[in-house]
Design a protein around this ligand. Structure first.
Ligand SMILES: [Zn+2]
Length: 282
């Protein structure tokens, strides 16, 4: 396997089907992808359990990128899944279109009144579509061809548009701990981080530096970077508590569920980061 970032030959990493590049620090996998192919009950339950964390992260991301996404921004959300990010962005006056290859997810997003293109980016994109912003929320790590996808962004982005990527990173504390455990023969946490055995496992694990290198070699410049840190904290509790549509008992239950999920899945804040890129020279 050749590194997608620096073209060095990658070596097998600690668990089967995963690889590491000693040249740049990029991780990749050849774990099987079975979208639209299997019953997804378990994964759907897990997704729903994660919803409070995802929403809190989306709200923080939208807060920190509010100046980049003014009222009337046309945004494409790649791999929009249930449409939760679009739901959050629309309340801030952003005009959202999703693209989603999983038929079940696409139908769910549609039934929630979102505008969704069925299929993969960029293959399913209509000719001439242009956006002020293109987002990848917990999606970029699932892409089979990161160079192809990054290059294609230039075709669908307005000249001054932004690409926002948020994803789990290999620089994170939990990923490092999981690798340390795998060295000792305990591979469960690392398998979990790769989402081994799920229909859409992670195919890449970027460090901040390798993601930046990928975008730079395609003609983008990093303009902002941050950590999504509102996971299972008092901030999350307050967001839940002060949403007037949620009663106190339900809020407490949601908060407890978020804390439990945080422990179970290892989704800690420092492992989730976001990156904003612009076309170089714009
Ligand atoms: Zn490399």
């Amino acid at each position: 396997m050749t590194c997608a970032i620096c073209d060095t030959a990658m070596v097998p990493d600690l668990t089967p089907g995963t690889f590491h590049c000693s040249g740049c620090g990029f991780f990749a996998s050849k774990l099987p992808v079975r979208i639209n192919d299997v019953a997804r009950i378990d994964e759907d339950v897990r997704e729903r359990a994660l919803k409070p964390i995802r929403l809190a992260n989306f709200q923080q991301l939208l807060d920190e990128c509010a100046d980049l996404l003014p009222n009337g921004t046309r945004l494409l959300d790649v791999g929009c899944a249930h449409g939760w990010f679009m739901e959050a962005a629309k309340t801030r006056g952003v005009i959202c279109i999703g693209i989603e290859p999983d038929r079940d997810m696409e139908l769910r997003a549609r039934s929630a009144n979102h505008d969704v293109i069925a299929g993969f980016f960029p293959d399913a994109m209509p000719d001439g579509a242009r956006f002020n912003a293109i987002t990848f929320n917990d999606v970029f790590e699932h892409l089979p061809d990161v160079n192809g996808t990054t290059s294609a962004l230039l075709d669908y982005l307005q000249p001054d548009g932004v690409v926002i990527v948020n994803l789990p990173v290999a620089d994170g504390l939990i990923f490092r701990i999981a690798r340390a455990a795998a060295r000792l023969g305990v591979t469960g946490p690392l398998d979990r981080m790769w989402q081994r055995g799920l229909p859409s496992p992670h195919l890449s694990y970027f460090t901040a530096r390798t993601l930046q290198r990928l975008f730079e070699r395609t003609g983008f410049t990093l303009v902002r970077r941050g950590q999504l840190s509102s996971v299972a904290t008092d901030g999350l509790y307050n967001r839940i508590r002060y949403d007037r549509t949620i009663g106190p008992a339900k809020a407490a239950a949601l908060y407890a569920a978020a804390c439990a999920v945080r422990v179970m899945t290892g989704v800690f804040s420092s492992d989730i980061q976001y990156f904003v890129f612009r076309r170089s020279g714009s």
